[in-house]
Design a protein around this ligand. Structure first.
Ligand SMILES: NC(=O)c1ccc[n+]([C@@H]2O[C@H](COP(=O)([O-])OP(=O)(O)OC[C@H]3O[C@@H](n4cnc5c(N)ncnc54)[C@H](OP(=O)(O)O)[C@@H]3O)[C@@H](O)[C@H]2O)c1
Length: 288
């Protein structure tokens, strides 16, 4: 394929399987250019060999800051720019809050939150000077609503969403868009080989986190969400002149997030009198 110099340059983390792989394939098929990154870049050989002028595979473990800087430098020296960054690399940690160990928790944050932060900071310098760009942060329905047995995964994705909301405001003046992507259940390796289960299981939680463990076993390979269609939806957002801050993917995620919003609104109303009755009493007399 001839190089189309008007094509966008994408930089995607975690392209070995799942969303990253699906998005990489669609991006290349539509003629855009891609820095496809993976912890084992040899897994991308077949893909990049099919698009020798427009694809480059680069080694990247997002927890390794040196590899992050090297990968971004390689992207810029290869294609001269990065138009779209997709912080996709991530995995799930299954276990109740009391069951997970300190090292399991820290490793989860290192990848899902600090990994995305590392890559974002490395790419932003370039996007800011270029006065354009789009960052897609792959969160989850679990980045908006907590699930039993996924508390730490939820925490990493809530952290990513909080930082993304602020980032969107900070970089808007430089023409850079930020979109938080919130998928529900999609048929990737997430619930299977990628899932880390806490080494410790406490009997008292068998009903709760145990149910989530069984749910994941049933889900793996049977999720209704198609990663290729998720990729098409993400491309639609990148091509939009007014991209959303949040893109929910999947009817299951939409239903859960709508339920969460309703429940928060109802609780705000129920406790409104208590919430507002917290100012200094002098403030009330000034207001009279
Ligand atoms: N599938 C779902 O139902 C679902 C729902 C909501 C959100 N998500 C999110 O979607 C994103 C992609 O997951 P997926 O569903 O596509 O699952 P997946 O098929 O397991 O893919 C996960 C990708 O992340 C990579 N990765 C993990 N740790 C990494 C690290 N430290 N550095 C670089 N790459 C790393 C994996 O690389 P290796 O091959 O080397 O392990 C793999 O390429 C994740 O952030 C996940 O939390 C998924």
């Amino acid at each position: 394929m001839m190089t189309n110099h008007n094509a966008k340059v994408w930089f995607i983390t975690g392209c070995s399987t799942g969303f990253g792989r699906a998005l990489a394939e669609v991006v290349l098929k539509q003629g855009d250019r891609l820095i496809a990154t993976a912890r084992k870049p040899e897994q991308l050989s077949e893909l990049v060999n099919s698009f020798p002028d427009t694809a480059k595979a680069v080694r990247l473990d997002v927890t390794n800051r040196q590899e992050v800087d090297e990968a971004v430098n390689t992207a810029l020296s290869t294609f001269g720019q990065i138009d779209v960054l997709v912080n996709n690399a991530g995995y799930g940690l299954l276990g109740a809050i009391e069951e997970v160990s300190d090292s399991e928790v820290r490793a989860q944050f290192e990848t899902n939150f600090f990994g995305a932060l590392n890559v974002t900071q490395a790419v932003l310098t370039h996007m800011r000077s270029h006065h354009s760009g789009h960052i897609l942060n792959i969160s989850s329905v679990g980045g908006f609503s907590g699930f039993t047995g996924f508390g730490i995964y939820n925490a990493t994705k809530f952290a990513l969403e909080g930082a993304s909301e602020a980032l969107a405001q900070e970089v808007a003046p430089f023409g850079i868009h930020v979109t938080i992507v919130e998928p529900g259940g999609f048929r990737t390796d997430w619930a299977g080989r990628s899932m880390v289960r806490s080494a410790c299981e406490i009997e008292d939680y068998a009903e709760l986190s145990g149910q989530t463990r069984n749910w994941m076993d049933r889900e793996d390979g049977n999720q209704v969400g198609d990663p290729a269609r998720a990729a098409t939806a993400m491309i639609e957002v990148v091509n939009s002149s007014q991209p959303p801050l949040r893109l929910v993917l999947g009817a299951d995620a939409l239903e859960r997030i709508r339920g969460e919003l309703r429940s928060v609104a109802e609780e705000l109303d129920r406790w409104e009198a208590t919430s507002v009755n917290t100012a200094f009493s002098q403030t009330a007399s000034f207001a009279v």
